[in-house]
Design a protein around this ligand. Sequence first.
Ligand SMILES: C[S@@+](CC[C@H](N)C(=O)[O-])C[C@H]1O[C@@H](n2cnc3c(N)ncnc32)[C@H](O)[C@@H]1O
Length: 236
Amino acid sequence: MLGSVLPFSEEVADRVSEYCETRSTPITETLQKHWEDTRTKFSDADKMSSRLQGAWMIFTARDRKPKRVLEVGCYSGYSALAWYEGTKATKAEIVTLELSPKMIAASREAFKKYGAEDRVKLVEGPADQTLQALTGEFDLIFVDANKDGYEGYIKTILDQKLLSPDGIVLCDNVFARGLTIGADCAPWVNDHVRPYWLACGQALDGFSTRLVQDERVDVVVLPVFDGISQIRWKGT
Ligand SMILES: C[S@@+](CC[C@H](N)C(=O)[O-])C[C@H]1O[C@@H](n2cnc3c(N)ncnc32)[C@H](O)[C@@H]1O
C-alpha cells in the first residue's frame, strides 16, 4: 500500500474505531468512569479525547517513561488522568494548563476524586502566558488547546527549550476534523460547527506548513485520531 490512509466510509470508520478499541488494552475503570461522567455532564464533551486515544496515551507514557509531562489544554482532566496512569512507574510530574473556570473546577474535582493531586499540577490561565513562565524541561508535551494557538505554543516550547533533548511533542487535532486538508474533505461536519473547524483548519495548515520548515526539529504528521503531529529535536 503506497498511500497512508484507507478510504473508509463514515460507517466503516465507526466500525474501525470500535474494532481498535475492543482489540486494545482498555483504559482503567477509573478513567472509563471519568470519561462517562464527562459525557453526561458537559454538552461539549466531544472536546475530550476518545477512549482509544486515552489507551494510546497510557501506552505511550509507559513506553517513553517521561519524568515530566506538560499538557496544554486540560478540559475535564481525562487526558491528564491518562498521563497520570501511564506514569505510575516513573511518578512523573504532570503539569496541565487550562483557561476555563468551569473546566478548572471540573478537573480539580476529578484529580481530587481519583487521588491524582500528588502528581498533577493544574496551572490556571492563558496557556501562552503560562508557557512563558514555565521553567525546566518536559519529556512529553501534549498540545490540545485552542487550535489558533498551536504555532505560538510550539514556538515558545522550542525557543525556551521546554522540550528535553530526547523528548517528544504530540499535537492533537491537526486535521481539524479533516478541514485542514481541504474545505471539501469533511462533509459530515455540520453547519453549526463548520465555520469554527474551517478556521481551525486554516490556522493548523499554516502551523504545520511552517513547522516542517523549522530546521531545529523533525516532524511526522500521523493520520490517526483527528491527526497527530509528532515533534522532536533534530539530530538527537
Ligand atoms: C480539546 S480540549 C482538551 C481536551 C483534553 N486534553 C482531553 O484530551 O480530554 C481544549 C481545552 O483547552 C482549553 N483552552 C482553550 N484555550 C486555552 C488557552 N488559551 N489557554 C489554556 N487553555 C485553553 C479549553 O478551555 C479546553 O478545555
